[in-house]
Design a binder for this molecule. Sequence first.
Ligand SMILES: Cc1ncc(COP(=O)(O)O)c(C=O)c1O
Length: 421
Amino acid sequence: MSEADRLNKVLEREAPAVFRCLSPLGREAAFPKGIPYQAAMANGTRINATIGQMTDGHGNALPLSIMEPLVESLDTAMTFLYAPVEGHKSVREAWRRRESALAGRYAVPVAMPIATHGLTHGLNLLADLFADEDTTLVLPKPFWGNYRLIFTMHAHCKLATFDFFKDGGFNLDGLADTLAQIRGKAIVLLNLPGNPTGYALTPDEAEKITQVLAAAPGPLVVVVDDAYQGFVYEGTALRESEFWPLAKGLDPERQAVFKVDGATKELLFFSSRLGFLTHPYCTPGAEDALLSKLKFLIRGTVGSPPGPSQAIVLRALQDPGIEAAFDARFRVMKGRYQALKRAFADLGTDRLVPYPFNAAFFMLVELKGIDSEVARLRLIEEESVGTVSFAEPNALRLAHCSVDEADIPEMVERIVRVVTT
Ligand SMILES: Cc1ncc(COP(=O)(O)O)c(C=O)c1O
């Protein structure tokens, strides 16, 4: 029996929905016994001649003398030497502690998160593992455009969308109706708090989504994109990730769930290219089988995750000041969010209809009587304001995360001017 067949048998037994959803590539995936495997086995030998990186002969980094001082407060080996394909254990452990603490009362046991090259790569790994031309990706619309590139263009999924909002909240009927029409395997992608909507669920909506997904016959993979976790500005919205109730409430025979998150937005470390992939399949067999398959895919795409980012993130996660540091930035974000709410509360025009927003970095406003792309171009030319246009619905996305609070009323005034003249 091949190693891939052995892993598939383990998953069939211990994580049946994961097994049932594997793509042809996912079924073939098994980490080979090549260089990283053999180098890991030789760890701790007196003379280690396995890996293609220059050391001092005793496992320590030997960077260029001009570079070492640039990062002298960081762990030298972690910064300059290759990271394990799945990321450094210390960083993965620290991330798991953080995520489980953020889950609060919803927390369930999860496998060790696997480090990815940013969230995009985490999503890509899931597309490789599960998506093919017989898979339908279910997405509330509008959605982050890169999902299309990752799942439909790269992995050839079919796409089934439904309107994100209904009656001032998440469109639960849209999700249920769309799922009911799908024959065969589906991937449901949830991004809440989300881009471009800036919307986080209420606890009631979160519970109902869990019920809808748990009732689906499957096979189904739910991907929770938690890029904007933590940025929730209203007490009425759910702060915890929808991943946790799903990990608890889904039926492992029919539905699988994965969480994608990372340092990018949550630690405001946009350039880090450090994300994490977490799942609840933590029996030893299933955890090892998924790790092997994911390492196969990581090795064949980005090789391994960046060391300097892991060294910085580990230091941040170990720092007792991390919460206060986050809070300071959160207050700035909340101030901008509130300024935007105030500006849209009293517009004096019915040509701008904001969608509900309470979280993340954005809001979405529907335009009446003017095409959003025309408005976007006029905003640049006539008003020196940059926005992003969406065709369906006819809307502009405003990223308040990058606008000074003091400029927000003026930004809205300029938008009003363009849509009313
Ligand atoms: C919803 C969502 N998911 C994922 C990402 C990508 O994150 P990363 O830059 O870590 O790949 C973004 C970035 O804008 C995003 O908005």
